[in-house]
Structures are given as structure tokens and as C-alpha cells.
Design a protein around this ligand. Structure first.
Ligand code: GLU
Length: 477
């Protein structure tokens, strides 16, 4: 059986787009599932779009996400310019490509006149008629030029995509596209297929936006005589905003590094992104990277655009945070380390996380969610009185709590014991929970909504808890 080799071939733009993460992930999974190889290639031949440090950043994020690639060093296209130039010239020698010296102005005029005649804009092969001598002369003079691929006019081109099926185009609808630009750099099409061939890629998995380029790539494979070693193509459905527009930066975060900086867990991001355009065919929703390596399959990739739903990602992330805190696993250590950067160590951070961490969508919410432990905001005295209670009962509840909590020792100061103590006070004195639990909670948090009183007592510990309860009693007298 043919060895499975996939690749992620990003053009470094300065950040890893969430769609790029999905492409990388699917390529990675397909390779792992088949004991194959997952390779990285940096497609940096567009000199106008170079961003310093972008490739390094990309590599760092991929590693951080756990999607390590199997080539020792990524293939970097900008270091291979000679190879592409050579290949383009070979195609010229074989009359499968030709030099074009047309000026931008001529091309613009051509486009306008075609548009005026309602024709499809295309290159008119003006330079195909140049004699070898004319070409030599122009090249010798250093005239600005590109190399265009000669699209055989007579045929149709048929290509198969594993997700979208058979794609057929009439060659007449394909322009003689540029393969080598006037700056001597290859276009995406040329470099992409030369490299896929050299890397022996078995599966090219990439975004749907490349589907229209597929016939061009196929023609290039043919021109080079590589049609027996064409990779399988797998195009992934577009990622959409909830309003079905194309997912873009304008409507919110799309950079993986922004999500990480906000405290999204990589496990949650990977899990969520895996489900964008792929489904396991069962009801299972939670997948670790290892699970995905087993379960992933190309047949379960859908054609329909996949909606990137931040609510759903938040839900996954909240679940992952909760699970990590309960299981105290490796992810939990990450969370704990991150929390140390966010919060002061006045209180036991493990306790803070246990109580307030399981209510978070992401870790950056921790600062706000935990603020009341560190700083009790002023609150109006009326907030202490539950809507079904009254001043007298509230005072009674608070005083009972204060007196009885003062009596218990530091060792007994545990969540369960604290809850039982408060609960017993309610029973013994014939109070409603709202007469005691509510004011104690408000006294401790200064908020109408917060974790339960026993949980907060446990985090704040005895001294601070009693101090806050006294303050509340004073407010009411
Ligand atoms: N450089 C292209 C991109 O950034 C690669 C497309 C492909 O995988 O062929 O999407």
C-alpha cells in the first residue's frame, strides 16, 4: 500500500487562522491514523505579503497545539526559487509554457475591451507568436516578463476530489495562467505542485477556496509527466460565521493565538475545530487528540459550509476546564500555572479554581470571576435581604452564622462541614434558606450571584470570612 503522506502548506500571514488550524489538524490526523507522515511546508513566495517572524510564529503555535510535523525542518519555498525557475524553463523548452512580455497597461486594455464585449477576461496569447529570436532579444535586453502556462485548448479537464467528487472544466475556460512572476518567484500553482510531487504527498487536504485551482494543478501534473503520481485531493468545506458569511477577522477572533491568549484550552480548540466539517457518525462529542487519531476518516467530511459558533466553542472550553479541575490532570497543571499569572496568591489558588473555575468559559474570565475574593466591593445594605425575607430574619440569620462559625476550628473549616453547619442553623431556628444562605453569601461576595456560601467560606478561610460577616451585621444595624 502506498505510504500516506500529508502536508500543511500555509502561507505565513502573521498568525494561524482557525481555518488553518483545521487544515493542519485534518492533515495531521489523516497521517497519524495511517501511520504516515505529516509534513510542513511554508509557502512564502508572495513577496508582497511577507511578514517578519510569521513562519516561526506558525511553527511555534503548531507545536503548542500538539500538531508536530515529521520533517526535521519545514520545506521553505523561498529557499527553492531556482528549482521552480528551472522547472518553468523546462516547460518553455517543451512548448508547454511561454514567455510573456505584455505590459500591465496592455493587459488592462485587453481586459477592458473583453469586458465591453461581455467576454470572459483572458490572456489573448499575444506573446505566443513571438519568434525565438524576438524572445532572445527581449530577454537579453532584460525586458520585464512572466512565464505563462499553455493551457491545451482542445480538451476538457477532469479531476477528482474525495469530498466534492468529479470536477470537470472546459479548458477554454482556463486562462493561460502565470507560473513564474516578473520578480522571478513562482506562483502558488507552480511551487505547490512541484513541492507536493517532491515530497511525495499522497493526500493534499486543504480549504475549499483552492478547489477552483484544481484543474490547473492537474494540467501542471500532466505537463510535467507526473500524472501517475498525483495526490488525492481533499477540499474542506468553508468556515462560516453564524450569518453564513465567510469567517473573517472583522467579526471577531479568528487567530488561534488570540484564543490561546484568552485562556481557551488547546484541547477544547482542537476538539471543536475537529467537528468543523467532520463528524464521527455517532453522538460522541468529546475527543482527545488521541481519540481523533483513531476515529478520523475522510469519508465523514461534509461538503456543506461549517459554522464557526463561538457559543459552542465556549461550551466545549467550559467543559474542558471543569473536567480538568475535577480530574486534576496535566491540563489542570496548565490551568493552575495560567491562574498564577492572572491572580494574586492571597488565597489558595486550587480552592479558587475549584469553586470559581468551573463556571468559566475561558481562563481570562477568571480575574473577574474571582475578583470578589480579593476585593469586596461596596454593596447596598438592602442587597442582604432576600426578597422573601425581612430585616429581622436576615439579622438573625447573619448573627447565627457569625457566632457559630467563630466557634469552629481552622481544621473543621471544610466545605462540607461549613455547609452542614449553616444548614443545621436553618433547621434548628426554623428559618428559610433565604434568611441565612442568601445574606451570608452577599456578605461574603458583595454580589447577588456568586458561588454558594460554604464554597466562598472555604476559599476565604476563617478570619476574612468573619470580618466580612461582621461588616454585614454592622450595615444592617
Ligand atoms: N499556501 C496555501 C494556503 O495557505 C496552500 C494551499 C494548499 O494546501 O495547497 O492555503
Amino acid at each position: 500500500m502506498k505510504k500516506i503522506i500529508s502536508r500543511f502548506a500555509p502561507s505565513p500571514t502573521g498568525y494561524l487562522h482557525i481555518g488553518g488550524l483545521r487544515t493542519a489538524l485534518f492533515n495531521y490526523l489523516w497521517a497519524k491514523k495511517n501511520n504516515g507522515q505529516f509534513l510542513l511546508r511554508i509557502e512564502d513566495t508572495d513577496q508582497n505579503r511577507l511578514v517578519e517572524g510569521a513562519a516561526e510564529n506558525l511553527i511555534k503555535i503548531l507545536r503548542e497545539m500538539g500538531l508536530d510535523f515529521d520533517n526535521q525542518e519545514p520545506m521553505i519555498q523561498s529557499k527553492r526559487i531556482k528549482i521552480y525557475q528551472e522547472a518553468a524553463k523546462n516547460l518553455v523548452a517543451e512548448k508547454k509554457a511561454y514567455y510573456c512580455f505584455c505590459s500591465a497597461e496592455r493587459l488592462e486594455n485587453l481586459r477592458e475591451s473583453q469586458q465591453a464585449k461581455k467576454q470572459m477576461p483572458r490572456y489573448d496569447r499575444h506573446c505566443l507568436n513571438l519568434s525565438p529570436e524576438e524572445i532572445e532579444e527581449k530577454l537579453a535586453k532584460g525586458e520585464k516578463h512572466v512565464i505563462r502556462f499553455y493551457v491545451p485548448s482542445e480538451k476538457k479537464t477532469e479531476v477528482n476530489d474525495l469530498v466534492y467528487g468529479k470536477i470537470t472544466v472546459n479548458n477554454l475556460d482556463l486562462d493561460d495562467f502565470i507560473i513564474l512572476k516578473s520578480d522571478g518567484f513562482p506562483t502558488y500553482h507552480l511551487a505547490n505542485i512541484i513541492d507536493d510531487h517532491e515530497m511525495q504527498i499522497s493526500h493534499a487536504i486543504r480549504g475549499e477556496e483552492w478547489l477552483p485551482s484544481l484543474p490547473k494543478h492537474y494540467l501542471l501534473y500532466q505537463a510535467f509527466g507526473w500524472e501517475n503520481a498525483i495526490p488525492e485531493f481533499v477540499h474542506l468545506p468553508l468556515l462560516l460565521n453564524p450569518d453564513r458569511s465567510k469567517l473573517s477577522k472583522r467579526q471577531g477572533d479568528v487567530a488561534v493565538e488570540d484564543f490561546l491568549a484568552k485562556g481557551y484550552l488547546k484541547e477544547a480548540l482542537l476538539n471543536y475545530v475537529a467537528l468543523l466539517g467532520w463528524n464521527p457518525g455517532t453522538d460522541q462529542e468529546f475527543f482527545s487528540l488521541k481519540d481523533l487519531e483513531k476515529e478520523f476518516s475522510l469519508e465523514k467530511i461534509n461538503k456543506a459550509g461549517a459554522i464557526f459558533d463561538l457559543q459552542k466553542l465556549n461550551w466545549f472550553n467550559a467543559e474542558y476546564i471543569r473536567q480538568a479541575i475535577n480530574n486534576q490532570d496535566a491540563t489542570y497543571q496548565n490551568i493552575l500555572n495560567e491562574s498564577k499569572k492572572i491572580l494574586a496568591t492571597t488565597y489558595d489558588l486550587e480552592k479558587v479554581l475549584k469553586v470559581s473555575g468551573s463556571r468559566l468559559n475561558n481562563l481570562s474570565e477568571l480575574k473577574e470571576a474571582a475578583a470578589f475574593y480579593y476585593n469586596l466591593a461596596d454593596y447596598p445594605a438592602e442587597m442582604l435581604i432576600f426578597k422573601k425575607s425581612d430585616l429581622e430574619k436576615t439579622k438573625l440569620g447573619l448573627n447565627l452564622a457569625l457566632e457559630n462559625l467563630a466557634k469552629i476550628t481552622e481544621d473543621q473549616w471544610q466545605e462540607k462541614e461549613l455547609f452542614e453547619l449553616l444548614d443545621k442553623l436553618i433547621q434548628d431556628h426554623n428559618l428559610n434558606p433565604g434568611d441565612l444562605f442568601w445574606p451570608v453569601r452577599v456578605a461574603l461576595s458583595g454580589q447577588e450571584k456568586s458561588p454558594s456560601p460554604a464554597e466562598i467560606l472555604w476559599v476565604l478561610e476563617k478570619e476574612e470570612s468573619l470580618k466580612r460577616l461582621k461588616q454585614a451585621v454592622d450595615k444592617l444595624s
